[in-house]
Design a protein around this ligand. Structure first.
Ligand SMILES: [Zn+2]
Length: 221
């Protein structure tokens, strides 16, 4: 899906993508993401927010959770990691936007916590998918970036190669989730890199401000 230069186009692409998945766009819930760690619980009445007019999307929100059937929770990403949480036991699910800032703020752990408190989820029942993102070979960062992480978190994802630092955001997210009780076997990590695979993905680092965004979503039938 595309949301960069042409907002008019974005609607067409979104409708097409949703039709091909058999889910109507009116049931999608979008966020106005700010690289924060605020997560909102949404329900059936939120279906359609941000689907057509960006103004109606959930403001200053980088994560959504729900246990409602028939709504789709969406995040839009380019290089940042999309994270999907699913708990078949509690019937709950969520989507998170986890770039380096959200990852430093431990948004994935907050996602698990809110599923626990809102839906009675147990970490051991939660399955996670961490989608295509900038990989640890490509995502070069400065000291200012990794200084904002807790040391524990960096162990899994800060790589020093020839005096340059690279961050593997997905490895950090996976490590955080494991330490919060999600079994390793329940965590699937995409091998795709948005910075390397230009024919397949949009990349903010590669294409700049006008890069498109991929929408990644989850819903309960
Ligand atoms: Zn890469």
């Amino acid at each position: 899906m595309y949301a960069g230069e042409g907002r008019e186009n974005a609607r067409g692409y979104r409708e097409e993508a949703f039709l091909s998945l058999g889910a109507p766009l009116e049931h999608a819930v979008f966020m106005r993401q700010v690289h924060g760690s605020h997560i909102e619980q949404v329900g059936t009445g939120d279906g359609g927010r941000g689907a057509v007019a960006v103004e109606t999307a959930l403001a200053e929100t980088d994560g959504l959770v729900s246990d409602a059937s028939g709504i789709a929770l969406l995040t839009q990403v380019a290089d940042c990691a999309p994270v999907i949480l699913m708990d078949g036991e509690a019937g709950a699910f969520g989507v998170l936007h986890s770039g380096w800032r959200g990852t430093a703020k431990r948004i994935a752990v907050k996602g698990v916590d809110i599923m626990r408190s809102s839906f009675g989820s147990r970490a051991k029942d939660i399955s996670v998918w961490i989608g295509p993102a900038a990989c640890g070979k490509c995502f070069e960062v400065g000291e200012d970036v990794f200084a904002s992480f807790e040391k524990n978190d960096l162990d899994a994802g800060l790589l020093n190669r020839e005096g340059k630092y690279f961050l593997d955001v997905r490895a950090i997210v996976a490590g955080q989730l494991k330490r919060s009780g999600v079994p390793e076997k329940n965590i699937a990590v995409s091998a795709h890199c948005t910075m390397e695979e230009g024919n397949r993905f949009f990349s903010y680092r590669r294409e700049g401000e006008c890069a498109g965004r991929m929408a990644v979503g989850v819903w309960k039938a």
